[in-house]
Design a protein around this ligand. Structure first.
Ligand SMILES: [Fe+2]
Length: 208
């Protein structure tokens, strides 16, 4: 067994019904999907899949902060995490308040102009891990095609009614055509492929 197969979050079959309810296709950008392994108020485990054009982008999403502290493991492939800080010598960005449509919010609202500078860049490969606090600003870059990350989200430290922040060089990103749902069969197909590639079996032996 590999270290990843032994992770306590990935060592047993998931509920496909629960996963259908909480998984999202085209999350923030087309080609970036997540499958929810399990969700609770105190701990949520998600698998992030990056396919197609998204792996050729300089960054997958705009710099942003979060509602929760979280750990990231690289499950397959490789990715790079890029941190930013407010810095008057940095590049000019527009800061947008973000209220996710997934919680009934209305998306991006312009807040102010700020300057951001990159402070750190960390490449991680399968089996490797890093931790981030909710208020840290980052984006990620996908280094290999078909990269899979696992996120372990802690409980929210920013209440649902309070917006998070996203930073863009120009206009707010378009949300059109994003946030669609998986069918059960699509989730099963994705998890079968994951099992073939990594040995991680979230289908409980029924995965062929
Ligand atoms: Fe993030």
């Amino acid at each position: 067994m590999t270290m990843l197969q032994r992770l306590p979050y990935l060592d047993r079959a998931i509920s496909i019904d629960h996963s259908v309810e909480h998984s999202i296709r085209d999350y923030h950008v087309k080609g970036f999907d997540y499958i929810c392994v399990r969700r609770s108020p105190t701990e949520t485990i998600k698998l992030y899949f990056f396919d197609g054009d998204v792996t050729r982008l300089p960054e997958v999403v705009n710099p942003h902060d979060h509602r929760y502290d979280f750990d990231t493991w690289v499950i397959a492939g490789a990715s790079e995490n890029v941190w930013f800080d407010l810095d008057p010598r940095g590049q000019r960005f527009n800061r947008f308040h973000y209220r996710t449509p997934l919680n009934g919010g209305n998306g991006f609202i312009f807040a102010e102009e700020v300057n951001l500078a990159e402070t750190r860049r960390l490449q991680r490969e399968a089996g490797e891990h890093y931790f981030m606090h909710a208020d840290e600003l980052h984006t990620i870059r996908i280094v290999e095609n078909e990269t899979v990350l696992m996120l372990r989200q802690r409980e929210d430290v920013v209440p649902l009614g309070v917006p998070t922040s996203t930073f863009a060089r120009g206009d707010a990103p378009s949300l059109s055509g994003l946030y669609s749902r998986f069918t059960a069969d699509e989730i099963i197909a994705r998890l079968r492929r994951l099992h073939e590639r990594t040995g991680i079996d979230l289908l409980g032996g029924g995965s062929g």
